[in-house]
Design a binder for this molecule. Structure first.
Ligand SMILES: [Zn+2]
Ligand SMILES: [Zn+2]
Length: 285
């Protein structure tokens, strides 16, 4: 059994549903030994300008929307360390963050991650050309494969620019989660140049990827990233892989972790990684 969930959000993230303490209690109920909460921190996002983003947050000014996905990290840090103490005998609560990467944010993020005692930092791509692929505007004016290719190309730029700021690269095929044309079938070969390049950058820098079981909600039988990407990371020599549910509520913690373990073994992994003080430790699958 995988004992650590390392991608979760509480109400310190704008889209979180459960409080941090509810997340801790939920993880204890599920029998998880290590919970790493990774709140959203998207510096200076541009996707707040999208009409569909504003519709989701009615009544807020543009200035308020602009900072929605920025975490109040001082408050989050205080709450996290106090709950870590309170529940010490029942669970190991770890302090993480999920950065919304962008090439021009390299220095902002490298300063930011040095300021706080993070156990674990996920680097994710939530914005491409000013658009979060969560919103329908992402596909506007282009076919899906072209849009997904642009996403992977942006991940390469983000990985290169922000390589010092994160430990693992989040949900590599996030762009394929939300707006997928009827009948679309993912073909690794459509994106092999981009994804191979990205994976090699990560491996050369000693960075990991994650298996994000949130993907099962959208792909049914596969996590994020899809299985061929996980297998390719291993084939290229990648060893650091974390497992996270991307739970935004306490009930979703550790979702599909049994399937995750099976997939990792099928892809050639013997271990998964768990981070503490920004350092990975291997656990047998
Ligand atoms: Zn994310
Ligand atoms: Zn997330």
């Amino acid at each position: 059994m995988i004992i650590a969930d390392q991608h979760t959000h509480s109400t310190f993230s704008t889209d979180g549903i459960s409080t941090l303490e509810e997340m801790v209690k939920g993880a204890i109920e599920k029998g998880i030994e290590i919970l790493c909460v990774t709140e959203h921190m998207d510096f200076d996002n541009h996707y707040y300008l999208l009409p569909s983003f504003c519709e989701e947050f009615p009544g807020l000014s543009q200035a308020q929307c602009q900072t929605l996905f920025m975490c109040d990290t001082d408050a989050y840090c205080d709450a996290s360390f106090s709950l870590k103490d309170k529940y010490r005998s029942q669970i190991d609560l770890r302090f993480g963050i999920e950065l919304g990467l962008r090439p021009d944010l390299d220095f902002s993020y490298s300063d930011y991650v040095k300021k706080y005692p993070f156990d674990f930092v996920i680097g994710s791509t939530h914005e491409v050309e000013g658009i979060d692929p969560y919103y329908k505007e992402f596909l506007k004016g282009r076919d899906a494969v072209s849009a997904y290719r642009v996403y992977f190309q942006n991940e390469i730029l983000n990985a290169k620019a922000c390589i010092d700021s994160f430990d693992v690269f989040g949900h590599i095929d996030y762009a394929l989660r939300y707006h997928v044309p009827e009948g679309y079938v993912f073909n690794y070969s459509d994106f092999s140049d981009e994804i191979d390049t990205l994976l090699k950058i990560l491996i050369d820098a000693g960075k990991g990827i994650e298996l994000n079981t949130g993907g099962f909600k959208y792909f049914k039988t596969e996590p994020n990233p899809r299985i061929p990407i996980i297998r390719r990371y291993r084939e290229l020599g990648g060893e650091i892989i974390t497992v996270g549910s991307d739970a935004h509520s306490s009930t979703a913690i550790a979702g599909n972790f049994g399937k995750a373990a099976d997939i990792l073994k099928e892809c050639g992994f013997k271990y998964y990684s768990v981070f503490k003080n920004r350092t990975p430790k291997s656990y047998l699958l």
